[in-house]
Design a binder for this molecule. Structure first.
Ligand code: 5GP
Ligand code: MG
Length: 179
């Protein structure tokens, strides 16, 4: 697939991200019990989740980890507005304290879909952690309990976030700028 000419402008350094994740893990540890189920929303959150659970190693949280694949973006840079469940978790969340982890909170549709599903299955508590959030873009009433960084309205990549499934490997967050 040919993408329009673009380049990546660095926005958040990998050093800033890793110190923020350490602080987030500490915040989460103060509020949630030790025994939680982390549900990472794929594909975008796999890098953030990997860093976060390793930070939990130091803070004493001992999570079970599962994955749910949801799609709302296709290959473009704007949301289709419809969330599709591509792959479900296999863990039983009934009576469990759940932390849903996503890369970025924008309209809120993805997280609200995931939260509703986990709620229906009888989780005891549900908290949400996101690496990034874009304010002023919410279409659905949802608040993340733990937020890494609040960013301006731009299409970002890196740390698991993609543009047409590329750039997930960038160890920093960058803005896609069209030439
Ligand atoms: P929401 O459902 O809140 O509108 O969007 C959340 C999902 O849209 C994220 O999990 C992510 O997959 C995608 N998304 C939203 N904003 C961006 C962005 O700036 N960059 C990338 N790569 N994905 C985004
Ligand atoms: Mg996503």
């Amino acid at each position: 697939m040919t993408l329009p000419a673009h380049h990546i402008e660095p926005l958040i350094t990998s050093e800033a991200i890793s110190s923020r994740i350490t602080l987030l893990a500490n915040e989460i540890t103060k509020i949630l019990p030790r025994d939680i189920v982390v549900i990472a929303l794929l594909r975008g959150s796999f890098v953030f989740t990997a860093d976060l659970i390793r930070a939990f190693y130091a803070t004493g949280v001992r999570p079970q980890v599962d994955f749910m694949t949801l799609e709302s973006y296709g290959s473009g840079i704007s949301s289709s507005g419809r969330v599709t469940l591509i792959r479900d978790i296999t863990e039983n969340v009934e009576g469990r304290d759940v932390l849903i982890v996503d890369d970025i909170l924008e309209s809120g549709r993805t997280l609200s879909y995931a939260r509703d599903l986990i709620e229906k299955r009888g989780a005891r508590s549900i908290h949400i952690a996101v690496m990034l959030e874009k304010p002023g873009k919410r279409k659905v009433d949802i608040i993340a309990d733990f937020v890494g960084f609040t960013i301006e309205d731009a299409f970002v990549v890196g740390m698991g976030l993609d543009y047409a499934n590329s750039y997930r490997e960038l160890p920093y967050i960058g803005v896609v700028a069209f030439d």
